[in-house]
Design a protein around this ligand. Structure first.
Ligand code: HDE
Length: 487
C-alpha cells in the first residue's frame, strides 16, 4: 500500500482504488450500484451549494488585525478589546455588493458591505456595516419590499428601474442614500479605496455604567478612489471579479490595506435634544457637532486559505455584542438583531458558530445542545440545564446590559420627523460642479428606461425639494419640467 499520506480517500477515509473508471460488469456492461465511490462523489457534488445570502451574495474577504491607537477610548466603553493603546485583536472582514447574485459583477453602482468580525477575548464582536454612513430606509419592516425592488421582476426575471424608482419615489426617506449612491462613491475603484461605516447609532457603556451614543467610521488609509460609470460597466463585462481579485492580489503581494477607525461620540442626554433623530439611519450627525475621535487601525494581512470555508460560511450578526457595546433603539438595527442569526441558521445551520471562521477565540460555555452538524463534544457528560447543582456555567451580572428608561404607547409608530430633504440637499450642495454633473448624468441614465411617467414625476418632485437646481437638472436631462414648475 502506497504511503497513506498522499492516498486519495472516500469521505469515510477508505483508500480509493480507481478515480478514473466507474465499476462496470465487463468492458461494456452496466455500471454497478456497488461502486460506492462513484455514488458518494456524485451525491456530494449535488450538495456542494448552500443557499447564497439573500442580499450581499457576491463578496470577498480577508483576515487581519485591529490595533487600538488611542488610550482615551476606555473612558467611553468597557469593551476589553478597546481597553488600551497597543491592544491587538484578530479580525475577519467581508466586503460585498448588495443586490447582485453570487456570480454578479463587483463594479456595479450599489452600496458595498463592510462586515467586520473582531475575535475578542470576550466573544466575537461583529460590526456589520456598509461603505455608506446612511441607508435607504429606516424601519426594518420595509426591508424585504425594498430588496425585492433591487432584485428581479417577478415575471420577466429582469432588473426593473420602474420598481426601484417606484419604491424610492414612494419612500422619500431614501433620497439621502440614493443621492450618495448615484454620486461618485456609488462605484468604489476597489474595496481598498472605500470607507466603511457602522451606519447605525450604537451605545457604549463605560466601567462606571455611563452610556454614550456612537457612530463608527472606518477611513481608508489608501484614500478614496472611485470608478466612473462607463469604466465600471466595461469592467463588469471584462472582469466581473475585479474587486475580489484586487484585494486578493494586494494581500498576496504584501501590500496590506488598512483603515483608521474613528467614532463620533454623543453624550447620552443629547439624543432627544439633537436637531436630527440620532436613531434614524437615513440621517448623519454633522462632524462639526460631534467630531470624529480616533480609535484604532485595522490592517488586512492574510487571504483566506479556502473561499467556501472562510468567506461563504462567514456568519456576521449585528447582534454579536461584547460587554460595553449595546444596541440603540434604531428600528433598522433592531430588526437586524433578529434577521442575521436567523439567516445563518437557515443558510449555514444551527451550529454555524462552530465553523472555524465563526468560532469565538474566547470559547463558548453554555447549555445549547444537539442540532445539525454538532462537531464539538456537545457538552460531554455535563448537565444541559441551568440552574443546576453540578457546577455548570452561571451568568455574570457584569455582562448584563445597562438598564435604561423607556416611555410611550405601544403602537406602529412612524418617525416624528419627515425632513428627508435638508441632508440630501446639503450633500448635493457640497458637491463640486463636476460631481454634480456626474450625479445628474447617473440619475438621467438610470431613470431614462423608467416607463411609468408618474414615477418619474414623483421622483423629480423629491429631488426638487432637496434643491431646486438638483431637481431641474435631472428633469431637463429627462426632457421633463419639475412638477413644482409646470405651468
Ligand atoms: Fe443586511 N442583511 N439587513 N444590512 N447586511 C444581510 O444576513 C438585513 C442592512 C449587511 O458579508 C443578511 O447573513 C435587514 C444595513 C451586510 O455576510 C440578512 C436589514 C446594513 C451583509 C440581512 C438590513 C446592512 C448583510 C443576508 C434592514 C449596513 C453581508 C445574509 C433592517 C449597516 C454580511 C446574512 C456578510 C446581510 C438583513 C439592512 C449590511 C438577510 C433585515 C442597514 C454587510 O440577514
Amino acid at each position: 500500500m502506497a504511503d497513506r499520506k498522499n492516498v486519495q480517500t472516500t469521505g469515510s477515509g477508505a483508500p480509493v482504488g480507481d478515480n478514473q473508471n466507474s465499476l462496470t460488469a465487463g468492458t461494456r456492461g452496466p455500471t454497478l450500484i456497488q461502486d460506492v465511490h462513484l455514488l458518494e462523489k456524485l451525491a456530494h457534488f449535488n450538495r456542494e451549494r448552500i443557499p447564497e445570502r439573500v442580499v450581499h451574495a457576491k463578496g470577498g474577504g480577508a483576515h487581519g488585525v485591529f490595533e487600538v491607537t488611542n488610550d482615551e477610548i476606555s473612558k467611553y466603553t468597557k469593551a476589553d478589546f478597546l481597553s488600551e493603546k497597543g491592544k491587538e485583536t484578530p479580525m475577519f472582514i467581508r466586503f460585498s455588493t448588495v443586490a447582485g447574485e453570487s456570480g454578479s459583477a463587483d463594479t456595479v453602482r450599489d452600496p458595498r458591505g463592510f462586515a467586520v468580525k473582531f475575535y475578542t477575548e470576550e466573544g466575537n464582536y461583529d460590526l456589520v456595516g456598509n461603505n455608506t454612513p446612511i441607508f435607504f430606509i429606516r424601519d426594518a419592516i420595509k426591508f424585504p419590499d425594498f430588496i425585492h425592488t433591487q432584485k428581479r421582476d417577478p415575471q420577466t426575471h429582469l432588473k426593473d428601474p420602474d420598481m426601484a424608482f417606484d419604491f424610492w419615489s414612494l419612500s422619500p426617506e431614501s433620497l439621502h442614500q440614493i443621492t450618495y449612491l448615484h454620486g461618485d462613491r456609488g462605484i468604489p475603484a476597489t474595496w481598498r479605496h472605500m470607507n466603511g461605516y457602522g451606519s447605525h447609532t450604537f451605545k457604549w457603556i463605560n466601567d462606571q455604567g455611563e452610556a454614550f451614543w456612537v457612530k463608527y467610521h472606518f477611513v481608508s488609509d489608501q484614500g478614496v478612489k472611485n470608478l466612473d460609470e462607463p469604466t465600471a460597466n466595461q469592467m463588469a463585462g471584462e472582469n466581473p471579479d475585479y474587486h475580489t481579485e484586487d484585494l486578493f492580489n494586494a494581500i498576496e503581494e504584501g501590500d496590506y490595506p488598512s483603515w483608521t477607525l474613528y467614532v463620533q461620540i454623543m453624550p447620552y442626554e443629547d439624543a432627544l435634544a439633537y436637531k436630527w433623530d440620532p436613531f434614524d439611519v437615513t440621517k448623519i450627525w454633522s462632524k462639526e457637532d460631534y467630531p470624529r475621535v480616533e480609535v484604532g487601525r485595522m490592517t488586512l494581512n492574510k487571504n483566506p486559505e479556502n473561499y467556501f470555508a472562510e468567506v461563504e460560511q462567514a456568519a456576521f450578526s449585528p447582534g454579536h455584542f461584547v460587554p460595553g457595546i449595546e444596541a440603540s433603539p434604531d428600528k433598522m438595527l433592531q430588526g437586524r438583531l433578529f434577521s442575521y442569526s436567523d439567516a445563518h441558521r437557515y443558510r449555514v445551520g444551527a451550529n454555524h458558530e462552530q465553523i472555524p471562521v465563526n468560532k469565538p477565540v474566547s470559547g463558548t460555555n453554555n447549555y445549547q445542545r444537539d442540532g445539525f452538524m454538532r462537531t464539538d463534544d456537545n457538552g460531554g457528560g455535563s448537565k444541559n440545564y441551568e440552574p443546576n447543582s453540578y457546577g455548570g456555567p452561571t451568568e455574570d451580572a457584569a455582562a448584563e446590559i445597562s438598564p435604561f428608561d423607556v416611555e410611550g404607547k405601544v403602537a406602529s409608530t412612524p418617525y416624528p420627523d419627515d425632513d428627508h430633504y435638508t441632508q440630501a440637499g446639503d450633500l448635493y450642495r457640497m458637491m463640486s460642479e463636476d460631481e454634480k454633473q456626474r450625479l445628474v448624468d447617473a440619475f438621467v441614465g438610470h431613470m431614462k428606461p423608467v416607463r411609468k411617467e408618474e414615477i418619474i414625476k414623483r421622483q423629480l418632485e423629491i429631488f426638487y425639494k432637496a434643491d431646486p437646481d438638483y431637481g431641474r437638472r435631472i428633469a431637463e436631462g429627462l426632457g421633463y419640467k419639475v412638477p413644482q414648475e409646470e405651468a
